[in-house]
Design a protein around this ligand. Structure first.
Ligand code: NDP
Length: 280
């Protein structure tokens, strides 16, 4: 039987640390979240972020746009927030409706306020091992592994999913920790052969219970990033009941990487605040 890695408890511990930091800030740190359209999943993610910000004392500004808003209006709003010295962090809730140019919108965020670490400049800095803002979910994965003292150096990490939000930045962070990394995606022809080799298996696809027990090596560490809704209940990409009998450590869904992502967002907001010269 595996150890269940409690992302919820760890995120509450991090929230307490952030609360303490916010108390010592001269000006209340703040974040602005841009939402376009009204996707129910996005609504619920934004609510969770707002709740966490309120809990630690970060001012949360929600900028909501109708689905047919011109792209320029959104970019102009981001530019206004870039120039607002009282806004420390800016994030665009993804996914944007298909008609928008996501890259153009993300790249209009000032690099120093990019709490999701998704501008091209911040991505390039991360790949080159420079200090920068890093996407929250991969950061959350690294943090929970650290908390449970799981060694990474020399381990074979297999990541299923190559998105710019999760898989790709996680690959970079794992390489920086001297793991051997394999990254799989929808065109990988022998997925099971790959996943079975993993000392640490991370799944970030969005396909309920696709990782079955026969795809996992005995004693592997299994990190489930996926969030899926089946019969009105949340589940991950991993068949938790079966895989938890084989893994040494496993994250649940919910209460795994989801709360860790929000905790890392709080850390990134405080990083943005601390990096800003305080003028008042
Ligand atoms: P994307 O849709 O951007 O990426 C999904 C990735 O999975 C792609 O690389 C895709 O391959 C790959 N993929 C799809 N089908 C298969 C398959 N059958 N076998 C192997 N790989 C496959 O999703 P995200 O990265 O944004 O999110 C992934 C999941 O993680 C979702 O469930 C999302 O809700 C969740 N998530 C959770 C977060 C959290 O806080 N816990 C935060 C962010 C996301 P290809 O590139 O070839 O298309």
């Amino acid at each position: 039987m595996s150890t269940i890695m409690d992302g919820e408890a760890l995120s509450l511990k991090i929230q307490e640390e952030m609360k303490h930091k916010v108390k010592n800030c001269m000006i209340r740190p703040s974040v602005a979240v841009i939402q376009v359209g009204s996707d129910p999943a996005s609504d619920s993610y934004i609510k969770r972020k707002e709740k966490a910000c309120n809990a630690v004392g970060v001012y949360f500004r929600h900028c909501k746009f109708e689905e047919d808003t011109p792209e320029l209006t959104i970019i102009n709003k981001i530019k206004e927030l870039n120039n607002d010295e009282y806004v420390n962090g800016i994030l665009v809730q993804l996914p944007l409706p298909a008609r928008y140019n996501e890259k153009r919108i993300l790249n209009s965020i000032s690099n120093s306020k990019d709490v999701d670490g998704l501008t091209d400049i911040n991505t390039g800095r991360m790949i080159n091992g420079r200090k920068t803002l890093v996407p929250c979910t991969p950061l959350g994965v690294m943090r929970i592994l650290k908390e449970y003292e799981i060694p990474i150096e020399g381990k074979h990490v297999v990541i299923v999913g190559r998105s710019k939000l999760v898989g790709r930045p996680l690959m970079t962070l794992m390489l920086q920790e001297n793991a051997t990394v394999t990254i799989c995606h929808s065109k990988t022809s022998n997925l099971k052969e790959m996943t079975k080799q993993a000392d640490i298996l991370v799944c970030a696809v969005g396909n309920p219970k696709m990782i079955t027990a026969d795809m996992v090596k005995e004693g592997a560490v299994v990190i489930d990033v996926g969030i899926n809704r089946v019969d009105n209940k949340l589940c991950g990409d991993v068949d938790f009941a079966a895989v938890s009998k084989k893994a040494s450590f496993i994250t649940p869904v919910p209460k795994g990487i989801g709360p860790m992502t929000v905790a890392m967002l709080l850390e990134n907001i405080i990083t943005c605040y601390e990096n800003k010269p305080v003028t008042k």
